[in-house]
Design a protein around this ligand. Structure first.
Ligand SMILES: Cc1ncc(COP(=O)(O)O)c(C=O)c1O
Length: 396
């Protein structure tokens, strides 16, 4: 009785690891969770206050389906202030998290059989969403040596007359790598020569380190605006994952299509969250600095520790809060009970022997790697490094 589109979806390895970790926790095992995809900080007080005021002022009714004029005006001002982009509010739609923005954008543009080019390693939801839209994912494998970034040449080779979207995740989940202006320029040239949309997922825009200069994709050329569906949101930047506010900015025809889909599915995002999000994008931006300073410290620490382990290599990511180390050197090693032949086996080994939860690279379409998140306290990271080093010594 279940629809084929659900039956044909892969069970997420992330979920399998999470379920196993939960089982061990319920048995009293002290698991250090490095698998999470959200900041461990609280939403800053001025944003929480804006939410409380919205409740007290009874801003608790339906809003416009595409989001309030006030929030879309604040987003347009943010895109101008931070990204030098000119969007009017009819070119912006607010959704229930950036995840819904991405899904709506795919649903609004992809016909059955259309191709969506996705670089691997990829955020797990992209191929699943393409599948739900009856599209075809065309995966481009990327290389650690190149920071897991797609080159213009690779993209050009993957384009066919059926290509509808190229998904650019910058900075990337799961690798944390971010594209320089020159690297983006190569992508832009291919996009300008061809007829497809670039879905530019910029949710980790603010999480960049070592003075890295983040460039928003459509800002590269005036003609890119009509070819780009820009997705961003407040979840990561302002530690607001639970508030569920994301947005898309793009050609009015696409935004109108998304508006139609959203009007018949979830309607607008929470009225209270929308009020809080205005404070996030329009309020003082120094509130994110404290979080960034802490992320920067943790990134240095965990990167240095990981790469000091014999056999582990890791691209030093420019952004986000993930590391994506290569652990393939441990393949074909074993314990008394387990032989490691895949990133999934390695993750299970870490979970059972070191009591650390991470995500296998296979979940992101890249075998031989694991993703670990440093969105957890320095104390947890130190303990995780201690356990990791000790446990790896047990491998035969
Ligand atoms: C690359 C990427 N895009 C979009 C999202 C979705 O964010 P939101 O919580 O706003 O739906 C995530 C969250 O993990 C992400 O990693």
């Amino acid at each position: 009785m279940i629809a084929d589109r659900v039956k044909n979806m892969d069970a997420s390895p992330t979920m399998m690891v999470a379920a196993e970790a939960k089982k061990l926790k319920s048995q009293g095992v002290n698991i250090i969770d490095l698998s999470v995809g959200e900041p461990d900080f609280h939403t800053p007080n001025p944003i929480k206050d804006a939410g409380k005021i919205a409740i007290d002022e009874n801003r608790t009714r339906y809003t416009l389906n595409q989001g309030t004029v006030e929030l879309r005006t604040a987003i347009a001002a943010k895109l101008k202030r931070d990204n030098h982009l000119d969007y009017n509010i009819n070119e912006i739609i607010v959704s229930n998290g950036a995840k819904q923005s991405v899904f709506n954008a795919i649903l609004a543009t992809v016909n059955p059989g259309d191709e969506v080019i996705i670089p691997a390693p990829y955020w797990v939801s992209y191929p699943a969403m393409v599948h739900l839209a009856d599209g075809v994912s065309v995966i481009i494998d990327t290389d650690e040596k190149n920071g897991f970034k797609v080159t213009g040449e690779q993209l050009r080779k993957a384009v066919t007359p059926k290509t509808k979207i190229f998904i650019l995740c910058n900075p990337s989940n799961p690798t944390g790598s971010a594209y320089t202006k020159d690297e983006l320029q190569e992508i832009a040239e291919v996009a300008l020569e061809n007829n497809f949309y670039v879905l530019s997922d910029e949710i980790y825009e603010k999480m960049v380190y070592d003075d890295f200069n983040f460039v928003s994709f459509p800002s590269l050329h005036p003609d890119l605006k009509k070819k780009t569906i820009l997705v961003n949101g407040v979840s990561k930047t302002y530690a607001m994952t639970g508030w569920r506010i994301g947005y898309a900015a793009g050609p009015e025809s696409v935004i109108n299509g998304i508006n139609k889909i959203q009007s018949h599915t979830t309607s607008h995002a929470s009225s209270i969250s929308q009020s809080a999000a205005i404070e996030a994008v329009a309020g003082p931006q120094y509130i994110i600095d404290e979080m960034l300073i802490e992320f920067r410290k943790r990134r240095e620490y965990i990167y240095n520790e990981l790469t000091s382990i014999n056999g582990v290599s890791c691209y030093k990511p420019e952004g986000a809060f993930y590391l994506f180390p290569n652990i393939s050197t441990f393949f074909n090693r074993h314990t008394e009970t387990l032989r490691i032949e895949s990133s999934f086996d390695f993750v299970m080994f870490l979970l059972h022997e070191a009591h650390i939860a991470v995500v296998p690279g296979s979940a992101f379409g890249k075998e031989g790697y694991i993703r670990l998140s440093y969105a957890t306290s320095m104390d947890h990271l130190k303990e995780a490094v201690y356990r990791l080093k000790k446990t790896l010594n047990h491998l035969i």
